[in-house]
Design a protein around this ligand. Structure first.
Ligand code: HEC
Length: 208
């Protein structure tokens, strides 16, 4: 009887644990959390490693740029550490693209494009564990909203054709457009030298 009670008790405990796990499948990685198939909006990314800010302004794209804002791009610190050491993006890499609108086109320094306000947030994640069927195991997310004034709390992976396909076809290194980020392009596998300030000679052709 005692034995049986213990058995009942332990199966009860196991059941509760299983229930807790089943109803709340939180799988927290270090820099992102995917819960019920949705990516929770990452936080703190402005303190990650900043790699560049491409811009495809409307007035250079017949007023119809797909992403007319500045794209401020960040990579999580652990993946940067791995990239500068080995030249590859590890499992769990997350990149962030935070958008700001084109604000002023003049400054005391001259005419140009200057950031206005925050306008949107996107992310890519490389994970065989979560995205075994995506090309390169990269999934793409957008937290942006139509009004450009708010961002969503969670985002689902977008269809492969919507984002992944273009990155697969044209990005220089493992679905990331490293060709437009000198920090990644010249920092690949360079170790400490990738962190800046260690060389007298600038990397090839900084100006054209
Ligand atoms: C037509 C091609 C194309 C499509 C479609 C596309 N991207 Fe990109 N993406 C780019 C290019 C080019 C860059 C780098 C230059 C830039 O930001 O303009 C980039 C950069 C990024 C970056 C920064 C990291 C990196 O890989 O360089 C993120 C994050 C990103 N895109 C997310 C998305 C998401 C989310 C979608 C789908 C909604 C998407 N992209 C669709 C071409 C594309």
């Amino acid at each position: 009887m005692k034995q049986q009670n213990r058995f009942v008790k332990s199966s009860l405990v196991m059941g509760v644990v299983a229930l807790a796990l089943g109803s709340n499948p939180v799988m927290a990685e270090k820099y992102f959390t995917i819960k019920d198939g949705k990516l929770e909006r990452p936080t703190g990314y402005r303190e990650w490693v900043y790699v560049g800010t491409p811009l495809t302004p409307n007035d250079m794209n017949n007023g119809k740029a797909t992403f007319p804002e500045f794209h401020h791009v960040y990579v999580d610190p652990d993946s940067w550490a791995h990239y500068k050491k080995t030249g590859t993006f590890p499992e769990g890499t997350i990149t962030i693209k935070e958008m700001t609108s084109v604000g002023s086109k003049t400054a005391v320094s001259g005419n140009g494009y200057f950031s206005g306000e925050f306008a949107g947030l996107e992310a890519t994640i490389k994970s065989k564990k979560y995205f075994p069927n995506e090309p390169g195991n990269w999934a793409f997310f957008s937290f942006s909203t139509e009004d450009h004034k708010t961002i969503k709390k969670t985002a689902e992976a977008l269809p492969t054709a919507a984002c992944n396909a273009c990155h697969a076809a044209s990005a220089a290194d493992d679905f990331v457009f490293t060709q437009y980020y000198p920090i990644l392009k010249f920092g690949k596998g360079k170790g400490k030298a990738a962190t800046g300030g260690y060389q007298d000679v600038l990397e090839p052709a900084p100006y054209k």
